[in-house]
Design a binder for this molecule. Structure first.
Ligand SMILES: [Zn+2]
Length: 482
């Protein structure tokens, strides 16, 4: 009995030691595989959802789940199932709540900078080298894609160096002579051309760029063509339209991404940055439906990268992250308590911007003076029927305020809290729409909550954990073996 116990103990000890050794051996080989795979990321996709943190991702997933009629069976976006996941802090050099320029600079260069600065130091004298520039020096092709204007802060931080994000023309001039092989998405802002200067399209044509501005001419560009600039823009500005407003002729972010893969695919690899910029714009305007639809369009563009990854799993890295949260969005509203109705989101058919520009403006210009005449459109565009007394009162107040303009501001603080500088009636409509669905907002600006980061492919192991946005640069650089 005693002997067999001793024997048992010995076996147990052996087993334990064996297990320990095995575990150690395993972690060693894991470290090795990390280093090995780290040098293999030949094709790199960095997807940045502007204004996209967990609330924006979760809202899109809650909507998908609710549409299927089963909130308990959560539908996930494609990138939510990536094997590596982390949380990322976003603070800027000089402000806790960051902006797109400082956040993109952090991810593009690994350096914290001041609000509004594009890939330069906070003192605005020294330029920082970007991931895109390093990838180019390493012999890779580079693509910069965005659903907003290509001279906007996020894309700019990968190819330009400017003391201010507002130097749109200078940013465009840098794009013309940059080493970028493919620009795709919204237009460079032609309206920012200084008096007497050539606009960016003219400069690009002179410098030999192939320019395409609609689907047919974009499709006609052959794989392997160098220096390509493909753009499209919506009704409002130089950016792509909100996905909720997108019409058949409008080229989607997924199409621009697919074109990038086609043009950049070569045996030395590529670095591609794809930004979904209008999640941020929708959230500034507290328009939950537009944010959700742009998040879904973002996932579609990520799908094209996943297909590429499936063909080259050993050599491809896909990283998906956000630059900051926008709007202080949360899933839950004081007025609806524990109840949510995310399927209600689909009763909104156009963005706040479309309603502002094509419905409300025309109505007001026609000299209409009461809210009643707008109710059919309010139902058509926001799905709002059977207003309760409180909602009707809020709308009436916002309508009076809209018609009277700034003269109606009785309390500037209240005005700012209620409408955030947007058209009061439209803002009240998105608020009621979102609140009924179970979404609520605390700001019209960015917030400081960490963003989520997801990764799959070569070097994915590095993206687990809790780290800073400057580490996105460090990790991608290591994964590319640069
Ligand atoms: Zn923003």
């Amino acid at each position: 009995m005693k002997k067999s116990m001793k024997k048992g103990l010995a076996i147990l000890l052996l087993l334990l030691t064996g297990t320990l050794l095995f575990a150690e051996g395993q972690s060693e080989s894991k470290d090795m595989s990390l280093n090995e795979s780290a040098a293999q990321a030949k094709y790199v996709f960095l997807f940045i959802g502007d204004g996209m943190a967990m609330p924006q991702i979760s809202a899109a997933e809650a909507y998908l789940s609710a549409k299927e009629g089963n909130a308990a069976n959560q539908k996930l976006l494609n990138f939510s199932t990536f094997p590596a996941q982390g949380m990322t802090t976003t603070y800027a050099y000089d402000r806790f709540i960051t902006g797109s320029a400082a956040a993109a600079t952090a991810m593009a260069t690994g350096q914290k900078t001041a609000i509004g600065v594009i890939s330069m130091d906070p003192g605005k004298t020294e330029s920082y080298k970007t991931l895109a520039e390093m990838a180019k020096e390493d012999g890779k092709k580079v693509g910069i894609i965005s659903s907003v204007d290509l001279d906007h802060a996020t894309p700019a931080a990968f190819y330009a160096h400017q003391p201010s994000r507002n130097n749109y023309y200078q940013i465009g001039v840098e794009a013309v002579s940059s080493d970028v092989d493919y620009f795709g998405g919204g237009r460079f802002r032609l309206g920012k051309t200084p008096e007497g200067e050539k606009n960016i399209h003219e400069l690009m044509a002179e410098a030999g760029w192939t320019i395409a501005e609609d689907r047919d001419s974009i499709n006609a560009i052959q794989a392997g063509t160098e220096k390509v600039y493909c753009s499209n823009h919506g009704f409002a500005d130089d950016a792509l339209p909100y996905d909720i407003d997108r019409e058949a002729d409008d080229v989607s972010l997924a199409e621009f991404t697919q074109k990038g893969i086609e043009l950049l695919d070569n045996e030395d690899g590529f670095f591609m940055m794809v930004e979904s910029g209008k999640i941020d714009w929708a959230c500034h305007a507290n328009d939950g439906a537009s944010s959700i639809m742009d998040t879904l369009a973002f996932a579609e563009s990520i799908e094209t990268a996943i297909q590429f990854y499936n063909e080259h799993p050993e050599e491809t890295l896909i990283v998906v992250t956000g630059d900051h949260e926008t709007g202080g969005l949360t899933l839950g509203f004081a007025g609806t308590g524990y109840e949510t109705d995310f399927a209600n989101i689909s009763s909104q058919t156009k963005s706040y911007e479309y309603f502002d520009k094509f419905v409300l403006t025309h109505y007001l210009e026609a000299g209409s003076s009461d809210l009643e005449g707008l109710m059919a459109d309010i139902e058509k565009y926001f799905g709002l029927t059977e207003l309760n007394d409180y909602e009707a009162e809020l709308l009436e107040k916002a309508y009076i305020r809209t018609v009277a303009g700034d003269e109606a501001v009785s309390n500037a603080t209240e005005d700012k809290l209620l409408y955030g500088g947007y058209t009061p009636l439209t803002m009240q409509l998105t608020h009621i729409q979102n609140n009924r669905s179970g979404m609520a907002w605390t700001s019209y600006k960015h917030t400081a909550v960490p963003v989520a980061t997801f990764a799959v492919g070569a070097g994915e192991e590095m993206f687990h954990g809790y780290y800073d946005n400057t580490d996105i640069f460090t990790k991608i650089k290591a994964a590319m073996g640069m």
